[in-house]
Design a protein around this ligand. Structure first.
Ligand code: GDP
Length: 446
């Protein structure tokens, strides 16, 4: 998502580079290009108009005319205005002061509600909460079962209708679930409701009845970011029919142009609180307007990368590696390299990680073509080495190389390449460790 917008904006800024002063014509041209970029990204027209007007006005002002580098200043303005339309501050989930926090999900069928319910449950569990999932979608065949499957995946119990607790009566199920949560000491209740393929009055009134019955602390509107401007119409219909406190964008991993994501806050006045970006249960995060703006402007999202690394990495192991790289605790060996690679793999795909680094947009094509199996190939090579070879790769001579190649099903030149890259990477990481930068940063295969 946002790839085309990113590229377009980058081109726009390129035209400003090197200019010592911006003329009125430069500002007009830039504003025009930004306007086209946003319209092409399918951003709603009123949002585009406000955005461009704000950028233009600020570009004419002192902050740009007095700046040493006007192009940089314009990028800064666009960044700030993007943060603004995306909602400004990160809006975090509000918890109830007493009793279980009730979070209700609403949205069209296929928006990704059921998937999201489980993702949110997992996220809450990671924050030390004890969530309960509630199946109130009694319309779509299999919806209850799907929630149960997802609940199992993330290890969170699912409250569903069975004889005695309101078969066919979603309002009854929702009410009973809150009682159940109190009994079983769950602190968050996530209520999944029924959706339809299109907005319809019965669905709205059912959702509204559930809302009235359980008095949720947060009603979240779940919307598929791939459906473009239709998302805005649906969002408005749910705002009128059910009302909600925040928005969850799903399928941000898709290649839609991103207009819905950029417009929904301005159009509904409700903040985007979470974003879902894949089929895996961990493809989910709090929505940070500033980080999203950085990604659009190809300035990377290093904050998210660090957070994910902190969660996934074994701290002790990372410390050990860092010590070795700074010359203490023995030499950094291929065994350490292998272990580091395992840690990086826990973060998900290599492409996903690299995309969070600044400038990733410039190597987008290489990233799209990156072969994830490369990591498995490297692993296979290292695993075909003897412990002595892993410990001291210097002893790997011609005949050893041939044996390793055969054992791992790779060529001798693959083995050569890996050994060379290992020495290079080790040298680089040791320099970084000495310079105090990024200790424990795992070695990336090249
Ligand atoms: P519901 O009808 O609103 O409950 O929607 P579901 O949770 O059943 O999701 C509909 C489809 O979208 C399923 O095939 C999900 O696997 C898929 N899906 C949900 N969230 C995401 C996402 O963030 N990215 C992608 N690519 N697919 C998703």
């Amino acid at each position: 998502m946002f790839a085309t917008l990113s590229d377009r904006l980058a081109d726009t800024f390129k035209n400003l580079r090197g200019k010592g002063r911006l003329s009125e014509a430069d500002i007009d041209a830039t504003a025009r290009e930004i306007r086209i970029a946003l319209l092409e990204a399918d951003v709603a027209l009123p949002v585009v108009k406000d955005f461009v007007a704000a950028v233009k006005e600020r570009a004419r002002g002192e902050e740009v005319s007095q700046a040493l580098n006007p192009a940089q200043q314009v990028i800064k303005i666009v960044d700030e205005e993007l943060v603004t339309i995306l909602g400004g501050e990160t809006r975090r989930l509000r918890y109830a002061k007493t009793g279980p926090t009730v979070v209700m999900l609403a949205g069209l069928q296929g928006a990704g509600k059921t998937t999201l319910a489980a993702k949110l449950a997992l996220w809450l569990k990671d924050q030390g909460k004890s969530p309960l999932l509630v199946a109130c979608d009694l319309q779509r065949p299999n919806a209850v079962q799907q929630l149960q499957v997802n609940g199992d995946k993330v290890g969170v119990p699912v409250f569903a209708p069975e004889a005695g607790n309101g078969v066919g009566d979603p309002v009854g199920v929702a009410k009973a679930s809150v009682e159940e949560a109190k009994r079983k000491l769950h602190d968050v209740v996530i209520v999944d409701t029924a959706g339809r393929l299109g907005v319809d009055a019965e669905m709205m009134s059912q959702a509204a009845a559930i809302r009235d019955a359980v008095q949720p602390d947060e009603v979240l509107f779940v919307v598929d970011a791939m459906i473009g401007q239709d998302a805005l119409t649906t969002a408005q219909a749910f705002l009128d029919g059910v009302g909600y406190d925040g928005v969850v964008l799903t399928k941000l991993d898709g290649d839609a142009r991103g207009g819905a994501a950029l417009s929904i806050r301005q159009v509904t006045g409700k903040p985007v609180m979470f974003a879902s970006s894949g089929e895996k249960m961990t493809d989910f995060d709090v929505f940070h307007p500033d980080r999203m703006a950085s990604r659009i402007l190809d300035m990377g999202d290093v904050m998210t990368l660090i957070e994910q690394a902190e969660k996934a990495f074994d701290q002790e192991q990372a410390l050990k590696a860092a010590q070795k790289l700074s010359g203490q605790g023995g030499e950094f060996t291929l065994d350490d390299f292998l272990e580091q690679m395992q840690q990086v793999k826990k973060l998900g795909s290599m492409t996903k990680i690299l995309k969070m680094l600044p400038g990733a947009g410039q190597i987008r094509e290489q990233l799209e073509n990156f072969d994830e199996r490369e990591i498995d190939r490297i692993e296979a090579i290292i695993r075909s080495m003897t412990p002595a070879e892993r410990h001291n790769p210097k002893i790997i001579d011609g005949s050893r190389r041939a044996r390793i190649a055969k054992g791992s099903g790779r060529t001798v030149s693959d083995v050569n390449g890996l050994v060379d890259r290992f020495f290079e990477a080790r040298k680089m990481m040791m320099q970084m460790a000495k310079g105090g930068g990024m200790p424990g940063m795992p070695g990336m295969p090249g």
